[in-house]
Design a protein around this ligand. Structure first.
Ligand SMILES: NC(=O)c1ccc[n+]([C@@H]2O[C@H](COP(=O)([O-])OP(=O)(O)OC[C@H]3O[C@@H](n4cnc5c(N)ncnc54)[C@H](OP(=O)(O)O)[C@@H]3O)[C@@H](O)[C@H]2O)c1
Length: 312
């Protein structure tokens, strides 16, 4: 029987994704019925999912073989999808490359002191300061998953001294890697620039609290495109107000969209980007969805299954 897939995401995404998903199914030799109409819940084999679509409750979908997330971060549904049902997160070359480009841009902004030139267009010739070169600057990367590894590798290629941290010990060419609480302290205490690429889970909530932020070298920069819950907002604002932290570039927040009156918008040491660090691109990500449906139909193990205990 032809498998049926429901696209459940914000309605504006349907016309963008539909042609790429159909093309990816065809490329994989898959005959799949794809719709954005959720009626007849019991007839669907797969849900292609992003927050903001019609599906809130997965229990009426009694025939499902898997939920396939369009997003890398699954914290909004990991507690909702029944435990016995496979939940796969998005792993996509476009996502990793996009994040590597975003992080490289913001790291280089601070590294070469771009702001002082952008703000200083006042007729005064300030050319006295020679900035350090990349090997003299340490960048810490918290989270060495699909995306964190690509980011760490890109920064290492640029010549930065890279220290990475993850739950389990990982190896990355060109970077020193750490795990555990002592490892976290070793990364934080050296990081002139800190990049957070951890998932939002109970274990990572408020990971960067006042105590851990205080481990960063004076004048450090924070770049958080991971999740808003990783950072204690009040502790971050304190560290910025006191000048201990030079700047925070924040792409993700506890409440999104970030409310217009939130202090991050107007803070002189904060750059807000509206959750744009790395978008899932239909052209490449549709192939990842098709591959998992192919596997589901062939009885092969799904790729990128979420560990339901760890929550990512
Ligand atoms: N802003 C954006 O546009 C955007 C776009 C895409 C993704 N993201 C965010 O980026 C995150 C990372 O994506 P990914 O694909 O790289 O995820 P991933 O492959 O699941 O990797 C997660 C990494 O975090 C580590 N980790 C998880 N819990 C930890 C803990 N308690 N202590 C220490 N390390 C821990 C994991 O350690 P192990 O290696 O030991 O498992 C792994 O290295 C996503 O979850 C999402 O929140 C943001």
């Amino acid at each position: 029987m032809t498998p049926r897939a429901l696209f459940s995401a914000p309605p504006a995404l349907w016309p963008l994704w539909r042609p790429h998903l159909l093309a990816a199914f065809a490329e994989n030799g898959l005959d799949v019925t794809l719709t954005d109409d959720p009626s007849g819940e019991w007839t669907f084999d797969y849900i292609v999912y992003a927050p903001g679509g019609p599906v809130r409750d997965f229990t009426p979908f009694t025939r499902l073989k898997a939920v396939l997330s369009l997003w890398a971060g699954v914290e909004t549904i990991v507690g909702t999808v029944p435990r016995e049902l496979p939940l796969c997160r998005m792993v996509d070359s476009g996502l990793s490359r996009g994040m590597a480009e975003y992080v490289a841009a913001h790291v280089l902004r601070h590294h070469v002191g771009l702001d002082s030139h952008l703000r200083g267009q006042d007729g005064v010739w300030r050319n006295g300061v020679v900035p350090p070169l990349a090997p003299d600057r340490t960048v810490g990367v918290l989270g060495l998953g699909e995306i964190g590894r690509a980011v760490a590798a890109t920064l290492a290629l640029l010549g930065f001294e890279v220290r990475g941290w993850s739950r389990r010990q990982r190896e990355i060419p060109g970077a020193e890697t750490y795990a555990g609480e002592d490892g976290l302290a070793a990364v934080l205490s050296a990081a002139d620039i800190l990049v957070t690429l951890l998932p939002g889970t109970p274990d990572t909530a408020d990971l960067l609290d006042a105590r851990r932020l205080a481990l960063l070298p004076a004048g450090a920069h924070l770049i958080n495109p991971g999740r808003g819950t990783l950072v204690d907002d009040a502790a971050l604002l304190d560290a910025l107000d006191s000048g201990r932290l030079a700047h925070a570039t924040l792409d993700v927040f506890r409440d999104e969209p970030l409310p217009p009156d939130h202090p991050f918008w107007s803070h002189p040491r904060v750059t807000v980007t509206p959750h744009v660090a790395a978008a899932t691109r239909p052209e490449t990500a549709s192939l990842a969805i098709a591959e998992n449906i192919r596997r589901g139909e062939a009885g092969a193990p799904f790729l990128h299954l979420v560990d339901r205990v760890a929550g990512y």
